[in-house]
Design a protein around this ligand. Sequence first.
Ligand SMILES: Nc1nc2c(ncn2[C@@H]2O[C@H](COP(=O)(O)OP(=O)(O)OP(=O)(O)O)[C@@H](O)[C@H]2O)c(=O)[nH]1
Ligand SMILES: [Mg+2]
Length: 453
Amino acid sequence: MSTPIAAIATGPVPAGIGILRLSGDGVPAIIDRVFRPFQGAPMSARPDRVLVYGSLLSEAGETLDLCLCTLSRAPHSYTGEDCAELQCHGSPMVLRLGLSALFAAGARQAGPGEFTRRAFLNGKLDLVQAEAVIDLIHAESALAAKNAAGQLGGAVLRRTEAVYQTLRDLSSHYHAVIDFPDEDIEDFTLRAYEDRLRAAVRDLDRLAGSFRRARLITGGLPTAIVGRPNAGKSSLLNALLGYERAIVTEIPGTTRDTISERCELGGVLLRLTDTAGLRESADAVERLGVERSRAALAEAGLALVLCDGAAPFTGEEAALLREAEAAAPTVLVRSKADLPQAVWPEEYAARAVAVSAVTGAGLEALGEAVRALVPAPEQAETGEILTSARQADAVGRAKESVAAALDAMEQGFPPDAVLTETEEAMQALGELSGRTVREDVTNGIFERFCVGK
Ligand SMILES: Nc1nc2c(ncn2[C@@H]2O[C@H](COP(=O)(O)OP(=O)(O)OP(=O)(O)O)[C@@H](O)[C@H]2O)c(=O)[nH]1
Ligand SMILES: [Mg+2]
């Protein structure tokens, strides 16, 4: 028995289309009470997954909207239960009234992630796929979306499933050794397992290590924009974001506090931090700002060093460039390209990317320079970047246990020692897919969802 739940699945702003979603027992009957087709039979008497045009009715039977309805009966639906969707005009008020009508007809409000939780409980999705749904909804870069889509397609599980099979085979083999000690279990098959386990350790290690690159596609690579006062740092931040995020003035020392925003540049998701211009200052507040600039540089995975192209490139700029290069991969950016340019020493002029925050010239070239320094992680293309610490932890533990099992085999330890490790590894992989995960862990995952998903 599963209580029928309903929610508005689309955002709370006026839009072209807004969707009401329903899942659970008795959904066809509930739909018949709130939706009247313009022609023919009620929804409950129609086949699955056909779009039907009709009226959305209020509790009192008045027409709220003209909309499209579709029904997907169990088990062929997102949740695996009877499901329906009402595609209305995207008026938040109409959707709220429609939702009330659904409540009056017997549904209750869905909790955050409840549709996807039901899909998980009914075996429609594993836990990695459920988390990929959140990642896909919140993707802020093309690569993040690609990675999430790959995981939704089962990319991670395909890889770990092969390892799981190996462990299962190995464990039944050892159980056979323990249960039938008199049978001669051939040694060479065990050696074949050693090769498979070695491959498993490599695969799991690569997968667990992918988490280190997750910030490249989800949180954004920490990127410090540094330079001397008035170099045009805040102007560049604004130009890249496309709106006036930071204060810009002609007074050197305008920016004090660091300002961070995410932005995609050259296909790489960056967390850009605009900083206070670096100089010796007598002003206590500015000095604190400069400290923060240096801290941002120290944490950065990428530095954009801005130097005013209309001014000479001095020893101070050169020192700043060296300081940045010691901290992170660095792009030298020559700002204010729209102004008459000063002559720079050839070695710096040759490597600098000229940009203008005023005209937008050079921003594309800057993107290319960033892409060249920060190659996109290949694993994102196939959906094999783990994006949650939970997943990385489970895969990491599985790897440790497989390595320990391998070690025990190589050292000729008794079967029990190998079995303990293979079973630990299988347990960890089960947590990854959700097969053996604790309920409080799954609760934590689905709480991160929005209502309606
Ligand atoms: N013509 C032109 N002027 C620019 C450009 N970028 C910045 N400026 C001007 O340069 C001055 C300083 O710009 P900001 O962006 O505030 O420089 P900043 O590096 O953030 O300066 P501080 O915060 O003081 O360290 C302002 O008067 C901007 O209008 C540009 O691309 N072209
Ligand atoms: Mg500034």
